[in-house]
Design a protein around this ligand. Structure first.
Ligand SMILES: [Zn+2]
Length: 339
């Protein structure tokens, strides 16, 4: 970690605990962990469709009580709650100003949860939380400049340069889902054409599978989704690919190519030490990574750029929740190192 020694972690890891929450498109994950990033208790709940802001906050509060009870950790030992959410977050207020999945246009999660538990609450975009988690406890350990791409219902990037999270003037940095990778590409949910999201995310996968099926292609994906195309996900495609489904293998290779273009652009702009691919698609690297790297090698001009390490996250489904815990750890660490 850029020369900083984690003294606080060694002293307090057995005394204090943190709750991490990952608000995803379909599930909310909760983890109670210690200051070494070790998860003691982990739970997942489904996100009801069209959940209101109030209902979301109440679900979070209820589940935090549940995980505190089940972990048998004294409530006084829980020192903070970190939250990663798929959306734009104002860091000071912790207010969610935009989320493509939920109607959370002015959600005061931080305030409401702090009022309930009287402990520190931090809210951050899930890809940024994930990037922090990867740097402290994942494959990003030891790197000062890293880019973490979270591919799921949406695609977003968390960027750390010189050990600092890059946020931008309006906290919009890393919104790579709407990076245009093909001026003549398909229409994106934002109304523009050719965005990265329109090639690799949920709606894109649904469109591509339906096109092939209507054209007469045989695929085990139809059976896997039991007739509900909304169920399509990176995980389902990965499972089918592992069993040899040719359409799934092709889709993952295509995703690799699109991610390769996005990674090339990001290397040209930021020149990170390492790029980490996470989220629902992350673990299918045996199918997409070769294509991704091939595109990067073909398109980058400099030898050094071509050598940028690109790896899949090993924290898997827990990457964001560990990142959410890390949001509080970094805060404690900063408080501890203030003279
Ligand atoms: Zn777009």
């Amino acid at each position: 970690m850029g020369g900083r020694k984690p003294i606080l972690l060694q002293i307090n890891s057995e005394q204090s605990y943190i709750i991490g929450i990952d608000i995803g498109a379909k599930h909310i994950r909760f983890a109670l962990g210690n200051l070494s990033g070790k998860i003691i208790c982990y739970q997942t709940i489904k996100v009801p469709l069209n959940i209101s802001e109030d209902d979301l906050i109440q679900s979070l509060i209820k589940q935090v009580y549940v995980i505190m009870d089940e972990s048998a950790i004294l409530k006084e030992k829980v020192v903070g709650i970190g939250i990663g959410v798929n959306g734009n977050v104002e860091n000071e207020s912790g207010m969610i100003t935009y989320s493509s999945k939920f109607e959370l246009h002015k959600a005061y999660l931080k305030q409401e949860i702090e009022n309930e538990f009287h402990i520190k609450v931090k809210v951050e975009n899930s890809a940024r939380a994930m990037a922090l988690g990867e740097q402290w406890f994942g494959v990003g350990k030891g790197f000062s400049n890293l880019l973490c791409i979270n591919v799921g219902y949406d695609v977003c990037a968390g960027l750390i340069i010189n050990n600092q999270l890059v946020k931008g003037k309006h906290n919009l940095a890393g919104n790579i889902g709407h990076m245009v990778i093909d001026l003549n590409g398909p229409v994106c949910s934002c109304g523009q054409v050719g965005c990265l999201k329109a090639f690799i995310c949920h709606d894109a996968l649904k469109r591509m599978v339906l096109t092939e099926v209507y054209a007469g292609r045989n695929t085990s994906l139809i059976e896997c989704m039991k007739g509900d195309m909304e169920k399509i996900s990176g995980k389902i495609i990965q499972k089918a690919a592992k069993k040899g489904d040719s359409l799934s293998i092709e889709l993952l290779k295509n995703i690799g190519q699109s991610l390769g273009v996005a990674c090339t652009n990001m290397i040209n702009i930021f020149n990170p030490d390492i790029i980490i691919i996470g989220g629902g698609i992350g673990k299918a690297d045996e199918f997409y990574m070769d294509e991704l790297k091939k595109v990067v090698r073909q398109r980058l001009v400099t030898t050094e750029g071509k050598e940028t390490e690109i790896v899949a996250s090993k924290l898997g489904d827990k990457a964001t929740v560990i990142g959410a815990i890390t949001l509080i750890i970094t805060e404690l660490y900063e408080m501890n190192s203030t003279p």
